[in-house]
Design a protein around this ligand. Structure first.
Ligand SMILES: [Cu+2]
Length: 176
């Protein structure tokens, strides 16, 4: 059977597109730096979070803590319609350090997406989203809620302030 060379060409183009599509999807799912959220962070009673009684639920009061050399934790509560901390005061982390975030919600499903990075998770009541990341560049990063959570969802945003290590240490000392 004779196949016209243009037909062969278009068959080839079609195959390349299909293989490219599959490769893109596969990279997006398992590529370097891509991790899916799982139940590592554990569960939490949303009512306890709503009461502000984080300590009792083993979810320490929100904020950034140093847990090792160049290792920090950041506990964040996402609620209608703010991040705590994040919205009223920025989440301050030192540049070049490993920061493990624990994010949970007392009310409805929210989103936690850090603009300009691949940090992006849903925040589900009763579930603690846990992920570890590192900010190499100093500067301000925006946080947005990307799950429709109510009437003022479009206003729900926050800031991560990445400061040089020296500056972070000094503000810690001043604050103590
Ligand atoms: Cu929202």
């Amino acid at each position: 059977m004779e196949i016209h060379r243009f037909e062969k060409l278009w068959l080839g183009v079609g195959l390349v597109l299909i293989v490219g599509l599959i490769a893109t999807v596969a990279y997006g799912a398992v590529g370097p730096g891509v991790a899916m959220m799982d139940d590592d962070g554990g569960t939490i009673d949303p009512e306890t979070v709503a009461d502000g009684n984080y300590e009792q639920a083993n979810f320490k009061s929100p904020g950034v803590r140093q847990v090792g050399e160049d290792e920090y934790t950041a506990h964040v509560v996402a609620r209608q319609f703010l991040f705590e901390p994040g919205t009223q005061e920025p989440i301050q982390v030192p540049a070049g350090s490993e920061v493990t975030f624990y994010v949970t919600s007392p009310d409805v499903v929210h989103g936690f997406s850090v603009v300009g990075t691949n940090v992006n998770t849903m925040v589900i009541p009763g579930q603690v989203a846990q992920f570890t990341t590192q900010f190499d560049e100093s500067g301000e990063y925006g946080i947005v809620c990307h799950e429709y959570c109510g009437a003022a969802h479009h206003t729900m945003a926050g800031t991560i302030e990445v400061v040089p290590q020296s500056q972070f240490n000094s503000t810690m000392t001043v604050g103590e």
